[in-house]
Design a protein around this ligand. Structure first.
Ligand code: FAD
Ligand code: PYC
Length: 417
């Protein structure tokens, strides 16, 4: 809620005095010992800290971030939120997250600009349409909204979409999730950071974890570039850097790290009021509230930790978007960047304990974890606090890669990999 002080401060600053803003969270020096240390100040790590404090009363917590909060994939993604996954385990997890999104701005008292403008996943051939029908039916059985839209109706709803049968990528129809949409990514990091800080969580930026100390197979803390920090439990939430951190702790993960790129255009007048994705052409597009076209690509196929990708991928995605939306052919792109995504063999996350006692991991969200940010934090906080998984993340253990209980969500992943 806006206080009298913050209201007058807002007016004062709006009139030109850009000073006197109270910081939204503290910048404390690292403490000596915490009940829980979260490694990684992205949305998932910050959400975990927030729910640890809010839902479990665990506030002696530090979030350690090697750069700045939200500077990883959280601040680099194309912000698409949806919950239309095929299998029950994934559908339940992403839908729980969707329900949290629906009340999150109010819960955090922070405007996340969550906009349920709907998400279309295009079908380009008969097999795509059969898969779309199957996924929408499965979603509806799980109580998740979904609709199959044919080509004629699609053209009516999105007149600028090229549905000509002679186009390079003929469009036969799409799935549509009306409750899907977008949110402001930085605000998600900032909202969770402010919320966690208000409960007493220490958010420590410029603090890189360079070692995980253990005694007799049990974690005792982390080595950082700012010294040793003791911890009863450690949660690793570092997305593309997960294999590096697992290596420091002495175990291996079935993760491949790849660059994933995105671009934004110059701002345009409102022209596209929904989100359009095509897994087959490796491209997706929405228009931000500022007017920029937000365009994303498929992964670069090589592995790496550099937050940039290669030019042919940019060329490929822009050619695809131009074929789907000829009206954008003369739009100029303003910026391009890359993040590093942590992909697993079944395109599903890993959330749970590790071979090191007291060390827990939350990773493998790959190309699609932004939408899961609140749900992921919620279930990971439960797992850390209760030392056992929440029913929603039980199926997402690391052990599934040895037991064979995989959850193949390649079809519902927004970006093929
Ligand atoms: P991050 O935000 O990457 O946070 C991890 C943090 O850990 C980083 O800030 C990093 O600096 C820190 N860290 C790493 N190593 C250390 C260390 N040793 N010590 C301390 N800190 C460390 N998902 C969707 O659902 N919808 C989308 O539209 C979408 N589009 C995407 C587009 C692009 C271009 C990219 C790159 C990703 C996209 N994603 C999307 C995926 C999504 O961004 C991620 O799955 C999600 O943001 C991961 O959040 P996170 O908090 O786990 O990771
Ligand atoms: O998972 O919806 C998704 C997505 C969109 C763009 C990248 N990932």
């Amino acid at each position: 809620m806006m206080t009298k002080y913050s209201f007058f401060n807002l007016v004062r600053n709006a009139l030109g005095h850009h000073e006197g803003w109270a910081p939204a969270w503290r910048s404390p020096e690292p403490g000596k010992q915490y009940d829980v240390v979260i490694i990684g100040g992205g949305g998932h790590g910050l959400a975990t800290a927030y729910y640890l404090a809010k839902e479990h009363g665990i506030t002696n917590v530090a979030v350690l971030e090697k750069g700045w909060i939200g500077g990883g994939n959280t601040g680099r993604n194309t912000t698409i939120v949806r919950s239309n996954y095929l299998w029950d385990e994934a559908a339940h997890l992403y839908e729980a997250s969707m329900k949290l999104w629906e009340g999150l701005s109010q819960d955090l008292n922070f405007n996340l600009m969550f906009s349920q403008r709907g998400v279309y996943n295009l079908g380009h051939n008969l097999q795509d349409m059969r898969d779309i029908r199957r996924r929408v039916d499965a979603n509806r059985l799980n109580g998740i909204d979904g609709e199959v839209v044919d080509g004629i109706e699609l053209k009516r709803r999105i007149p600028i979409l090229n549905t000509s049968p002679n186009s390079r990528y003929p469009v036969l129809g799409a799935s549509f999730q009306a409750r899907g949409g977008t949110a402001r990514h930085d605000a998600v990091a900032w909202g969770f950071a402010r919320g966690a800080d208000s409960f007493g969580v220490d958010i420590i930026q410029q603090c890189e974890v360079i070692g995980i100390r253990q005694v007799n197979g049990c974690v005792t803390g982390v080595e950082t570039n700012r010294g040793f920090i003791g911890a009863g439990k450690v949660g690793i939430v570092v997305a593309g850097n997960s294999s590096v951190l697992a290596g420091l702790a002495g175990f291996r993960l079935p993760i491949s790290s790849h660059p994933l790129q995105a671009l934004v255009s110059e701002p345009l007048k409102p022209v596209l009021d929904t989100v359009v994705m095509s897994n087959a052409v490796h491209g997706y597009i929405s228009q931000s509230d500022k007017g920029d076209l937000v365009v994303g690509a498929g992964i670069d196929s090589f592995n790496g930790y550099g937050q940039r990708g290669s030019f042919p991928v940019i060329e490929g995605v822009l050619a695809a978007i131009k074929a789907l939306f000829p009206v954008f052919s003369r739009v100029r792109m303003n910026r391009q960047w890359g993040g590093i995504v942590d992909t697993t063999p079944d395109a599903c996350p890993i959330i749970g304990r590790t071979p090191v006692k007291g060390v827990y991991i939350n990773c493998g969200w790959g190309t699609g974890g932004f939408k899961a940010t609140p749900g992921s934090g919620y279930v990971f906080a439960h797992t850390l606090a209760q030392e056992r998984p929440h029913s929603l993340n039980e199926a997402f253990s690391l052990e599934r890669f040895t037991s064979g209980h995989l959850i193949d969500e390649h079809g519902a992943a927004g970006v093929a990999h």
